[in-house]
Design a protein around this ligand. Structure first.
Ligand code: FEO
Length: 164
């Protein structure tokens, strides 16, 4: 039996994951406008991944016999001062999400909800990967500063990302 506290927290996480998807789609549009299709591709794949995360939480609640209650999704920003600023925002957002996942794990422990604890392990590992990926892109962007050639090189690399 999943506790009402846990159901509320997981419903909140569905909203966070859908906001993440929305944020990355907004960033993809920003990069399309800047004629950097590789960055846009990376973020579009990320948009799809975030929807997948929301679906995993949704499915978990259904399987546990709980009610999914969807709330309004906040509007994401539409503009960033630079590609670096956008990816710093990605990193900051993923750090925040990692904190929220950790809070869910703590709550599962408190509630002695071992099923949720096991279910959440996948997300703990996923957050490590997501933070590492964002950190790497931020580091590359810092390295090239505003060099257009460097930017196009990173764009080519990020254009190779495919959906899992
Ligand atoms: Fe669903 Fe990027 O965390």
């Amino acid at each position: 039996m999943i506790s009402p506290k846990m159901v509320k927290a997981v419903n909140g996480q569905i909203n966070t994951e859908l906001y993440s998807a929305y944020l990355y789609l907004s960033m993809a549009a920003y990069f399309h406008e800047k004629n950097l299709p590789g960055f846009a591709n990376w973020l579009t794949v990320q948009f799809e991944e975030e929807q997948g995360h929301a679906k995993k939480f949704y499915k978990e609640l259904i399987e546990r016999g709980a009610r999914v209650t969807l709330k309004a999704i906040d509007a994401p920003p539409v503009e960033w001062p630079s590609p670096l600023a956008a990816f710093e925002a990605v990193l900051e957002h993923e750090q925040k999400v990692a904190g929220l996942i950790n809070n869910l794990v703590s709550l599962a422990k408190e509630e002695k909800d071992y099923a949720s604890e096991i279910f959440l392990q996948w997300f703990v590992s996923e957050q490590v990967e997501e933070e590492a990926a964002a950190t790497e892109i931020v580091a590359r962007l810092k390295l090239i500063k505003d060099n257009p050639q460097g930017l196009f090189m990173i764009d080519r690399i990020l254009g190779e990302r495919k959906a899992d």
